[in-house]
Design a protein around this ligand. Sequence first.
Ligand code: IMP
Ligand code: MG
Length: 181
Amino acid sequence: MTELHPDIDRILITEEEIQNRVAEIAAEIDRDYRNSGQIVLIGILKGAFIFTADLSRKLTVPHSVDFMSISSYGDSAISTGAVRLILDLRKPIVNQHVIVVEDIVDSGNTMSYLYQTLMGRKPASLRTCTLFKKKRNSLDVPLDYIGFELPDVWVVGYGLDYADTHRTLPYIAALKKEVYS
Ligand code: IMP
Ligand code: MG
């Protein structure tokens, strides 16, 4: 077994488990949008860029891909609740079937902001997809496609970072608590 980076506590989800689950989500979306014509996937940068790419390549329904970039104010491991739009879509989504693709939902503030913002643009429909979700109770936004539930620890890999590091790991790993707290 290859050695883990010293910041990493343990691997939570293997590369194979992630790839299998992404294929299952793609199959679900294929089924749900079989008769919808062209749909739009909106990947949320930077964290969801790898998930969006893999999901897109596994979908068989016709779709386009666009991106938005969102930033939370403040420290990278503590969400203050304030969300800021850094980069907007290239094209309008009015009358389009849209799926917003996130890496991870924690407090839900980011997804809630995205949901409100995108609904305001009058798409034909809007669904949410996140590969990971931490176990919290009070989310005010519907999550239509969820890959995995995770414990309340900071995770990295498969696009997710800590201070812009560890994004390219093919698996999901928990950081050691002393690294981020
Ligand atoms: P929320 O707004 O509290 O739901 O936080 C969502 C955003 O925080 C995600 O889009 C991620 O960018 C980031 N985030 C939350 N938890 C983690 C984590 O464990 N690792 C990496 N990024 C995370
Ligand atoms: Mg994110």
